[in-house]
Design a protein around this ligand. Structure first.
Ligand code: RAT
Ligand code: ZN
Length: 419
């Protein structure tokens, strides 16, 4: 039976979007066996670096003194300045309230102590199960850094990602700081030459293959500055060309590039100190055209890059556009970007990832995304229905499944070397 009125369409879209389990393609969460690498609870929610950046605009505390406070004191400071002294209208502020609400708390009591006490009664595994159920998430993709000593130790002990978590091999130090990373790799027994030559290529590949073996990653990933260029006569350019891309083809592993972050423009703010810059998208264009057998997942941080990224995806099927990353993840922008992508790419993109650093954030990030997606899809189906085209409930469900789950899996499993 087809749906005719806008209200009928909206109802069906809303149900499909709510009921579709999500594959969250980029988070900073971990399965329970990674111990305290997984952050969760109200104090972690309140000290999210998005909120640290916001509180620094109001409070008089020096950043170095803020960092000296305990986690609880930092959370109380943020609660006082952003939630009690004024109204938390920012996206990250609203997010904390929605997370609390969906967890069964009443944000209206403004009683931080009671939220804390209640959450302290739960175990990590219970909380993971509860949160993923409430957010209706079926798969969580992690960010796994072999250069982080704490995380490295977990992998070296033989632990694996536990379902529904999946690993991703994140390579920022290798690609963005090869000078220092080379020394570390040597310490770990990889015999890299001073020059970039066959020996260095072989040993860097050996390092990557060792970690591909340990992690079984869904993709390899890096975050890149707005100055990222390719091809480029640089360590990064050579490692991508000689190691990442050949291994990507050999093992059928996509390469995810998150482009446009200017790291540490204000180092005193820690993770909150990064900025954004417009990148030159011809780097991506060159990779896509020179390496049609490699797969690229790409998200960009600058609003100014979003249109050309969508156009580029029309030219190259080995590009999968994903997410509204970090400073893009605000309703006004996600709504605009998702509409634009749909108008140019139909449903062949991944509209969002949560980028959650704290477990409970998936609740609000996906709640907000589901609301946005319902608005956008309702408008698009209603426009088509006006022509007399029949909008079926099953077709809506299929589109929503592609957007929130299937497009990712289809893309990473596809083997472009055989096409
Ligand atoms: O969104 C964030 O939390 C950033 O700090 C980064 O983690 C970014 O998403 C990244 O993966 O580099
Ligand atoms: Zn991230």
């Amino acid at each position: 039976m087809s749906l005719q009125s806008r209200e009928e369409i909206r109802q069906a879209v809303s149900e499909a979007v709510q009921n579709q389990p999500i594959t969250d393609v980029h988070t900073h969460l971990y399965s329970a066996n990674f111990g305290d690498l997984l952050l969760w609870d109200i104090d972690e929610l309140l000290t999210y670096h998005y909120l640290v950046a916001e509180v620094m605009r109001w409070s008089d505390i020096a950043p170095e003194d803020f960092w000296k406070l305990t986690k609880q004191e930092q959370a109380e400071h943020i609660w006082q300045h952003l939630f009690l002294d004024r109204t938390p209208v920012s996206e990250a502020g609203r997010g904390v309230l929605n997370a609390l609400k969906e967890l069964g708390f009443d944000p209206g009591t403004k009683d931080l102590k009671s939220y804390r006490e209640e959450l302290a009664k739960r175990s990590t595994s219970e909380q993971i199960k509860d949160v993923l159920e409430r957010a209706n998430i079926s798969n969580v993709v992690m960010t796994n850094d072999p250069f982080d000593e704490k995380e490295r130790a977990v992998w070296e002990s033989g632990k694996k990602a536990e379902a529904p978590f999946h690993a991703v091999l994140r390579l920022d130090p290798l690609l963005n700081d090869y000078g220092n990373t080379k020394l570390k790799l040597r310490e770990w027994g990889y015999d890299l030459s001073d020059e970039w030559n066959d020996q260095s290529i072989k040993e860097t590949q050996r390092f990557l293959e060792d970690w591909i073996g340990k992690m079984n990653p869904l993709y390899m990933a890096v975050s890149l500055p707005p100055t990222f260029a390719f091809p480029e006569d640089s360590d990064r350019g050579r490692i991508i060309r000689d190691c990442i891309l050949p291994l990507g083809r050999k093992h059928n592993i996509a390469f995810a590039m998150m482009i446009g972050v200017k790291k540490q423009v204000n180092p005193a703010l820690g993770d909150a100190g990064d900025f954004v810059g417009k990148a030159d998208i011809s780097a991506v264009q060159n990779l896509l055209s020179e390496f049609p057998q490699n797969k690229f997942l790409v998200t960009m941080l600058s609003r100014e890059n979003q249109h050309e990224l969508a156009v580029l995806a029309r030219k190259f099927r080995n590009l999968m556009v994903f997410g509204c990353w970090w400073f893009m993840n605000n309703p006004v922008i996600t709504n605009e970007i998702t509409r634009m992508r749909m108008e140019m790419l139909n449903t062949s993109f991944i509209p969002q990832h949560s980028d959650a650093r704290v477990l409970e954030q998936v609740i609000y990030k996906w709640k907000h995304t589901r609301l946005m997606l319902t608005d956008v899809l309702t408008d698009k189906y209603a426009d088509i229905a006006e022509t007399g085209w029949k909008i079926e409930k099953e077709a809506i469900e299929k589109d929503v499944k592609d957007l929130l789950h299937q497009n990712f899996w289809r893309f990473i499993e596809k083997d472009f070397t055989k096409l």
